[in-house]
Design a protein around this ligand. Structure first.
Ligand code: NDP
Ligand code: 8X3
Length: 253
């Protein structure tokens, strides 16, 4: 049977790579994000290349009413979601707490923590009804360690770590798998967003070493969904070979 994958943050980076990877492997996909044009372009690309069914839902994960309305709007086969990839997220700024921007903190908490919860709250009952499903939360090395000036972003990813553990307990009796994928540095729009369009600051993050590509992370996510019913990857940390942890890099510059 063809699987159906629901992906948040599919307009860019890891989410987009996941949409392409799963579609390439004959899965139907529901792609979501705020940038409608990017969603539409991706939907056409996928349909043309892979001949699978694609549904685009344009909404902001921070808006609990839009999240509910979008998921409630799913009809028929689109409600049988096999895999939810909770990927939408962002970092904003890099400064000590005493100099931090409170609006940035709120955006990160609202997106990375509350947004993930709004999505999950609406999709988990569909999986429970089917007594099957797989929730994949995109955490981070920042959810395992706290690095200088990463404070609130790290806190949101630590929250994802904890929420993932809680979901695994809640879903245990329904046979729904819950996996956390925690990447190190991946070259996406992530740093451009963090540094608010400062391309040079963003490029510097990935200078002197080979970061992960979004496709590397998508390959690993896909792998976790191919295991037998009785096998689950609870938690997986994926790093560039040239990165040991959130601080130590083998940079050649
Ligand atoms: P990108 O910036 O390339 O992609 C982020 C995606 O999230 C976009 O599709 C964006 O879509 C979506 N998004 C952001 N805010 C919202 C919102 N309010 N509502 C709906 N969608 C939203 O970054 P990545 O691909 O790198 O990030 C994906 C995930 O991976 C994030 O959770 C990030 O924290 C995590 N991660 C990233 C790492 C990295 O080094 N890049 C490492 C570890 C984890 P749109 O703007 O269209 O809404
Ligand atoms: C993204 C990786 O190290 O920039 O979660 O926080 S890091």
């Amino acid at each position: 049977m063809k699987k159906l994958i629901f992906i948040t943050g599919a307009t860019s980076g890891i989410g987009k790579a996941c949409a392409l990877k799963f579609a390439q492997n004959n899965c139907d996909v529901i792609i979501t994000g705020r940038r409608e044009k990017k969603l539409n372009n991706l939907a056409s690309d996928i349909k043309n290349k892979y001949k699978v069914d694609v549904l685009s839902l344009c909404f902001d994960v921070r808006n609990k009413n839009s999240v509910k309305a979008s998921i409630d709007s799913l009809k028929g086969k689109w409600r049988n979601i096999d895999v939810l990839i909770n990927n939408a997220g962002l970092a904003l700024g890099l400064s000590p707490i005493q100099e931090g921007d409170i609006d940035d903190w709120e955006t990160m908490i609202d997106t990375n923590v509350k947004g993930l919860l709004y999505i999950s709250r609406n999709i988990m009952p569909l999986m429970i009804k089917n007594k099957s499903g797989h929730i994949i939360n995109i955490g981070s090395i920042a959810g395992k360690e706290t690095y200088a000036n990463g404070n609130i972003y790290c806190a949101t990813k630590h929250a994802v770590n904890s929420i993932t553990e809680a979901m695994r307990i809640d879903m245990l009796k329904y046979g729904v798998k819950v996996t956390q994928i925690c990447p190190g540095a991946v070259n996406t729009e992530f740093s451009t967003v963090r540094f608010k369009g400062d391309k040079q600051a963003a490029d510097n993050v990935y200078k002197g070493f080979e970061p992960l590509k979004p496709e590397d992370v998508a390959d690993v996510i896909f792998y976790t969904t191919t295991l037998p019913k009785h096998v689950n990857i609870n938690d997986l940390l994926i790093m560039p070979t040239m990165q040991a942890n959130s601080v130590y890099f083998n940079k050649k510059v």
